[in-house]
Design a protein around this ligand. Structure first.
Ligand code: NAI
Ligand code: 15L
Length: 266
């Protein structure tokens, strides 16, 4: 197999559970980590339960790891203290451990909410400034900047995937634009892990959906090509009246419903 050991954080989460079996082909050992229960270790797996904010545990977690898929953390908007603990302290601990353990490449699960304050009429690429739509988005911008620093300073490569909406089926009209099928996610991950050189790359994690807002040409060197698109789900959201409604904050901005969930709205 190409690697001896891959580390997947967030292994108990929605995407972690999807990736758990799929990445087995890439490494002799898949080390799975989460703060929550991940069940029993299956063949070729190691299970390590820990809090990403615990620096010593994360350093121990990183021993003998060749590549990291960093998916762990809070995945929706929350109060700053919780985000700081899991996403900011947690991602810092990952990079410090990566540096100490001489890991060469990380794939970081960033989010479209790093740019959620662009408008749904904007088309953006990876060189445009971040415009986070809340504390969660800010923590993803932190991860993107942190990984940029560890590349510039130490040569540790990272692909930041700004994941759109990776779920089995879109549940809102917005998700017809942001939909990222599990197969396409896995393909982008495969490209990110195996591309010869990635330096520090920001890639938008999205399927080939009509009207998508994100231009991925700056990540062309990954060689990713989406196979899926959201048109099979169009019938779930029939067009009614004016769309997007001119006065609705959740359709004016790319971040959608996250615009309503920040701490300032409590
Ligand atoms: P999820 O919430 O289902 O999984 C995240 C996992 O991280 C959970 O199992 C949770 O227990 C774990 N976690 C939280 N705090 C932790 C801590 N302090 N220490 C250790 N583990 C901790 O989220 P999902 O959907 O699987 O997303 C995975 C990653 O991808 C997240 O980083 C999320 O921000 C990112 N992402 C996902 C998107 C999606 O459409 N599913 C969209 C954009 C980004
Ligand atoms: C995210 O960043 C979240 O982790 C996920 O739960 C979805 O809300 C997704 O963005 C989205 O924008 O649909």
């Amino acid at each position: 197999k190409p690697f001896n050991r891959i580390l997947l954080t967030g292994a108990a989460g929605g995407l972690g559970q999807v990736l758990r079996d799929r990445i087995k082909a890439w490494a002799n050992v898949v080390r799975l980590s989460d703060i929550s229960d991940m069940g029993e270790a299956r063949e070729g797996e190691e299970i390590v339960r820990c809090d990403l904010a615990d620096k010593a545990s994360v350093l121990a977690l990183m021993q003998d790891v060749d590549v990291v898929l960093h998916f762990g953390g809070i995945s929706t908007e929350a109060d700053f203290e919780s985000i700081m603990h899991a996403n900011i302290q947690g991602t810092y601990n990952i990079y410090e451990a990566v540096h100490k353990c001489k890991v060469k490449r990380v794939i970081f699960a960033s989010s479209n909410h790093a740019v959620g304050f662009y408008r749904t009429t904007d088309h953006i690429d990876a060189d445009m400034p971040t415009r986070p739509d809340g504390m969660y988005g800010i923590s993803k911008c932190f991860g993107e900047s942190l990984s940029r620093y560890y590349y510039d300073r130490f040569g540790i490569e990272t692909v930041c995937i700004r994941i759109g909406s990776s779920f089995p089926v879109p549940t809102t009209r917005r998700m017809l634009v942001t939909y990222f099928s599990y197969d396409d996610l896995f393909e982008m991950l495969r490209c990110s892990v195996f591309a010869q050189r990635v330096g520090h790359t920001i890639s938008f994690g999205v399927s080939d959906n009509p009207g998508k807002w994100w231009d991925n040409r700056k990540a062309a060197h990954l060689g990713y090509k989406a196979k899926d698109n959201s048109t099979q789900f169009n019938h779930l959201f029939p067009e009614t009246g004016e769309y997007p409604p001119a006065d609705d904050i959740t359709t004016i901005y790319q971040g959608g419903g996250f615009l309503l969930t920040g701490p300032q709205y409590k």
